[in-house]
Structure formats: structure tokens, C-alpha cells
Design a protein around this ligand. Structure first.
Ligand code: ADP
Length: 395
């Protein structure tokens, strides 16, 4: 089967065409600046990558350019749209309604719409992508794969906040967690690397990218995760604050005269390692800054790695032990310095890092010593492949 995987953001659309039989990537690309002007970057495997400026007043236009790019006689990956058997959509928030991926129907669309206020920037864009595919590829099944679904197995003690219970029943305020597709994919692969049945494993997955989250996966099920009602919670991130004392918001409002929206923007866009270092959100720049003697880059890296370490300790406690820790996503896969810092002084827990193995960037590898009781791995994530697999399983 050929599966088109679509990830719609508010002004962007990422896509991959995957042959699900061989799990081969046939083509991939990105539409940017949707509703601004529009730019498509496309690569068919084995052919040259190209970028074109194209008018994209909305996501419908973007999807139609994607379909044209995929079927282009010279630069495309398929000859006809009828070769696409199904479309898998990444959907950010499924609330409590979706614990699994689903085939999209009118009822499903209505239920996703009901989750819009939980992810006002993301869910409406995801829905636009779904509707555009329904319109442009009538008859082709669409499947929704939710970032939150994998975490629906958390016990209530892990997802309830210590605020009046009515806020949970009335407004569904609770921990949901995100990056679920990645945590699921990576924990499954880690169990394989351990050579164990996933039901018998306790795994901590550290998905460290621009957005970062850590999940405790016990017996293949998410039992706790660092992100919360929104992806702002947990460890500090590229530009997001992660966990802070909630009283800081009122304190800041009084000190600066800023309103809630302005402070929310600061917590989302101007905080994290960006805010600490004074303008560096990319971890490569932070590393370079630190080497050049910039102490705030050093501080940002220290705070980030310390946060990861604390959650590893917390989740080992939550699960009553840990068999393996997996590092994934841009930083987890490519940053030996951060991995080493987060894993330092943990021999007491049975964690010993092999410094030579930990030099790995971007490849799957065991980075703990052979005698380390807890195994530590780098496991590259592949959310698109995971979405394609889910899509095939449902259609
Ligand atoms: P997103 O959450 O946007 O998907 P990513 O998973 O791409 O984020 O992670 C982005 C981070 O990963 C950046 O801080 C960057 O420094 C780091 N990163 C990504 N690729 C590499 C690489 N090849 N080498 C070193 N660092 C990388």
C-alpha cells in the first residue's frame, strides 16, 4: 500500500509518501508560509530536491500542490493519484475521546472539533488538512493519529492536577501528554533491542527536540509523562518554559503590566534555553556558545540536562525500576554532551554510560556499558512511519 502521511501546522504542511509493504520512503516535502505567500520543497527519493514559490492562500491550495508534486511526470514519485491507498493525519489533541487512531468519519470530525479549545493553534489546522484531502481525493480513506492517544493509559493519580475537581469534570483540565506517536514507536523498538516482550519492560523515553517530553512506559503503556494539558509543561525546551511555579504568572503581570496573553507568549516563545541563553534555541548554537565561554549557554544546557535527569529519577520511582532509557528526536539522537550530562552520576541507579559509544549521532546504538544494569539506547524516532503503520492497520 502507498500511504500519504500529512502533518498540518497553522501555516505549514509536512508530508511523506511511504510504501507500507517495504516501509520505504517514496517522497517527502514541506509547504511553508501558507496564507502568507507559499513555498513548496519536495524530494522524491532518488531524484533532486527542489523548492518552488507557489501561491498558497489556504491549506487546500497546499494539498493540491503536494498532489501535483507527487504525480509530476519528471520529478514525482507516482504516476497517478489513484496509487495513494490511504492518508494518515497527525492530529495533536484527541482529548479523552481518542485513546487510539481512528478512520475519519463525520462523527470523528465533530469529536475532533470538540477538542479544538484544548489545542487552538493545532487542531483546526489538522482538520483543514483532513477536509482538503477528502475534497481532493474523494473515496480515499483518511485516518487520524493523535499525539495524545498513547497517554490515555495513564492512571488518574498521574493525570489529575491538584485543583478543584470540577475543573476536570467541567472543563477536562488534566494532564494529556504529547509526542505519543514517538513515545509509542521508540518504546516498542527499545523493547526489541532489550530482547524482551514489551509487557515485561519498564522503559523511560526521552523525546528531546525543540519540544521535549519524557514518558514512563510500563508494560508498553504510558503511565506518566511530562507534558500536561498543553505542550508547555515538563522540562525546559527550545523556547518553552516547562514547569514553573504557577504564581510566577501573577507576579510577572504585576511587575511588568503585561496581560495573560502576553505572558503566555513569553512562556511559549521567549523562554526555555532561548530565554536563559539570551537568544539561542538551537542546541548546536548553545554548544558553540558554551565552548566560546558564554556562561549563559552553559547554564541553559545545565538546566535542560538537570531537568531530564530529575524526571528519569522520578519515573524510575513511579515504575518501581527501569530496564532501559531511550533517547530520541533532534537533541536525543544527536547531542552526546546533553545525554552524558543527563546520565552523569547515576551509577547508583545501575546506569553507566560508555563514553565512546555515546559519541553516536543519528543512529540506533546502545550507549551504556555492557555491564550497565539499566540499558541506555539512542533510538531514532520516525513519527511518519508510525502514522503510516497505524493507517495501514486501520484500513
Ligand atoms: P522539533 O521538535 O521541531 O521536531 P527536532 O527534533 O528537530 O525538533 O530537534 C531540534 C533540535 O535538535 C535542535 O536544537 C538541534 O540542535 C538538534 N539537532 C537536530 N539535528 C541535529 C544534528 N544533525 N546535529 C546536532 N543537533 C541536531
Amino acid at each position: 500500500m502507498k500511504v500519504l502521511v500529512i502533518n498540518c501546522g497553522s501555516s505549514s504542511l509536512k508530508y511523506q509518501l511511504i510504501d507500507s509493504d517495504t516501509e520505504e520512503l517514496l517522497a517527502k516535502g514541506l509547504c511553508e508560509r501558507i496564507a502568507v505567500d507559499g513555498r513548496l520543497t519536495h524530494t522524491t527519493t532518488g531524484k533532486e530536491k527542489y523548492t518552488k514559490d507557489l501561491p498558497m492562500p489556504d491549506h487546500n491550495a497546499a494539498v493540491s500542490y503536494v498532489l501535483e508534486a507527487l504525480t509530476d511526470k519528471e520529478t514525482g514519485a507516482i504516476t497517478d493519484l489513484s496509487e495513494i491507498d490511504a492518508v494518515g493525519h497527525r492530529i495533536v489533541h484527541g482529548g479523552e475521546k481518542f485513546a487510539k487512531s481512528v478512520v475519519i468519519t463525520d462523527e470523528v470530525i465533530a469529536a475532533i472539533e470538540e477538542c479544538n479549545d484544548l489545542a487552538p493553534l493545532h487542531n483546526p489546522a489538522n482538520l483543514i488538512g483532513i477536509r482538503a484531502c477528502q475534497k481532493l481525493m474523494p473515496g480515499v480513506p483518511n485516518v487520524g493519529v493523535f499525539d495524545t492517544a498513547f497517554h490515555q493509559t495513564m492512571p488518574d493519580k498521574a493525570y489529575i492536577y491538584g485543583i478543584p475537581y470540577e475543573y476536570y469534570t467541567d472543563y477536562k483540565i488534566r494532564r494529556y501528554g504529547f509526542h505519543g506517536t514517538s513515545h509509542s514507536f521508540v518504546s516498542k523498538r527499545t523493547a526489541e533491542l532489550l530482547g524482551k516482550n514489551i509487557e515485561d519492560t519498564k522503559i523511560i523515553v526521552c523525546h528531546l527536540g525543540n519540544g521535549s517530553s519524557i514518558t514512563a512506559v510500563k508494560g508498553g503503556k504510558s503511565v506518566d509523562t511530562t507534558m500536561g494539558l498543553t505542550p508547555l509543561a515538563g522540562v525546559i525546551m527550545g523556547t518553552r518554559s516547562g514547569d514553573i511555579d504557577p504564581a510566577i504568572i501573577e507576579f510577572l503581570a504585576n511587575k511588568t503590566g503585561k496581560n495573560i496573553e502576553e505572558i503566555n507568549t513569553i512562556l511559549n516563545k521567549k523562554s526555555g534555553v532561548y530565554g536563559l541563553s539570551g537568544g539561542f534555541s538551537d542546541f548546536r548554537d548553545l554548544g558553540k556558545g558554551m565552548e566560546e565561554g558564554n556562561d549563559r549557554c552553559r547554564l541553559a544546557l545545565d538546566v535542560f540536562a538537570y531537568g531530564v535527569k530529575k524526571y528519569i529519577g522520578a519515573y524510575a520511582a513511579a515504575m518501581g525500576g527501569v530496564d532501559a532509557i531511550a533517547f530520541t528526536a533532534g537533541i536525543g539522537e544527536n547531542n552526546p554532551y546533553v545525554r552524558n550530562l543527563a546520565m552523569s552520576d547515576m551509577e547508583y541507579m545501575g546506569i553507566t554510560i560508555d563514553q565512546e559509544a555515546n559519541k553516536v549521532m543519528g543512529d540506533e546504538k546502545q550507549i551504556s556499558t555492557p555491564d550497565s544494569k539499566v540499558k541506555v539506547f539512542v533510538v531514532p524516532t520516525n513519527e511518519e512511519l508510525a502514522i503510516a503503520r497505524e493507517t495501514v492497520a486501520l484500513v
